[in-house]
Design a protein around this ligand. Sequence first.
Ligand SMILES: Cc1ncc(COP(=O)(O)O)c(C=O)c1O
Length: 420
Amino acid sequence: MNLFRRPAPSLDDLILDTAGNDLSSARLMPTVARPPQVFVRGQGSWLWDSDDRAYLDFSQGGAANSLGHSPQVLIKALSDQAQALINPGNGLYNRLQLNLVDRLCEHTGSDQGYLLNSGAQACEAAIKLARKWGQLHRGSAYRIITAGNGCHGRSFAAMSASSGGCDNRFEPQLPGFSHVPFNDLPALHAAVDAGTVAIMLEPIQAEAGVIPATEHYLKGVERLCRELGILLILDEVQTGIGRCGALLAEQQYGIRADIIMLGKGLGGGVPLAALLARGKACCFEVGELEGTHHGNALMASAGLAVLDTVLEHGFLEQVRESGCYLGEGLARLAYRYDHGQLRGQGLMWGLTLSDDSADAVVKAALHEGLILTAPQPNCLRFTPALTVSKSNIDEMLLRLARAFSRVRTAQLQCRKGIAV
Ligand SMILES: Cc1ncc(COP(=O)(O)O)c(C=O)c1O
């Protein structure tokens, strides 16, 4: 499974403004396949395009907009902070950065934290921290074992850590990573050797199609790391900050990593990520991790607003309740349309289809005013706002049913055409 190859934009994807002018000659590098609509505003679970057409958004910027589009709490935090101080620079302290790291450590039981701008940066930082720890405690060991079909980001180190290593169009990759099948403890045992410094995993593999680790597996991985004295790194970029119905997915599994990567939902839609470390893993020193916008006060204010909201009494319980409602609705629909397996937790669900029609369904859904993503050719992913309502879910299911019907009809017509 190649997690990085997505189809190139096609001629269908001409960008037209409301006057019908073709904007596709714009100088944006065509690295991402996008539909032709241009989006101009959002509110909660809804987005509007430049023709003022409304779309129900069950992607939310790839699970980044944890509180939905433009929530009041984020608007207020960002505008208050923008008035006070946007960016003193990473070489100076700012109160927001200190507060957010404090709050994250307090609520996750971590000892140290650091703020960055993306999940890939958190991954880079986790790799650096593990290698530094290896230099100090494991006789210069630096190899990190990761799982097949895992995805940790698109920078060089993150690509190399991800499934199948670095995309072969960009060889050579960063050395020092081994990939073993996910949910396979014997394979992991066999792969660990004296050169191993850490095991890095997603509790639920997001890009692979929302594939959860089994509890037996993650507990076994934790035990293995403790026995061998190596680090456990959990990539909670997508699963963290309430997405799965707890602040961290590791809490639901009853395990404790040494290093945690956070991103996406932490900023509620602004670029913010975090690296958390516990106990022996806290070994970074001055000069070993820096970035111009790391700990940016404006971004940190967004993180604090999101974290405060997610930690409000009843919020996570509501995520679990909405998640069950969504899961049940999707299961009913999958049964009706003869689609396959449903996997997920909280408000992160993946539905495996009976064929490779996921891209066609995403396109048909867009036609029905519904935004979804397809991490795999046969899989749809649902990552709505954590604040999604039951009526939003009901409306989504109606639109998805219409999209399934559209695709079925097109498939039948196509088959008839071939038969003729
Ligand atoms: C589990 C996981 N880790 C890391 C990343 C990389 O995050 P970013 O795109 O913010 O660099 C992603 C992005 O999809 C992800 O799903």
